[in-house]
Design a protein around this ligand. Structure first.
Ligand code: FES
Length: 90
């Protein structure tokens, strides 16, 4: 069975930058755990919003729910207020 394609994911935290190659279609929550980070969760089904993080892909910054967001491209990830503070918008 071939190796899954991987994307570079960078988690920006108050403690610094955590970079990891993540298998395609893994969730951001599972990727964070592999970095030793915990994104707060509750429902784990994309309903409650507890796991909201910000991702930057190119010039756009989007709010997504990490428990259901799949890694399908290189991502810069900034967590919400409960975990770390995202950078000020440009
Ligand atoms: S944990 Fe509820 S939306 Fe992700």
């Amino acid at each position: 069975m071939p190796e899954p394609f991987k994307h570079l994911v960078r988690f920006h935290t108050e403690q610094g930058l955590h970079t990891l190659e993540v298998p395609e279609y893994d969730t951001l929550c599972r990727a964070a755990i592999q970095c030793g980070l915990t994104i707060p969760t509750d429902c784990r089904h994309g309903i409650c919003g507890t796991c909201e993080v910000f991702i930057q892909t190119g010039p756009d910054c989007l709010t997504v729910r990490a428990c259901i967001t799949l890694v399908d491209q290189p991502m810069e990830v900034f967590a919400g207020d409960t975990m770390w503070t995202p950078p000020a918008p440009p």
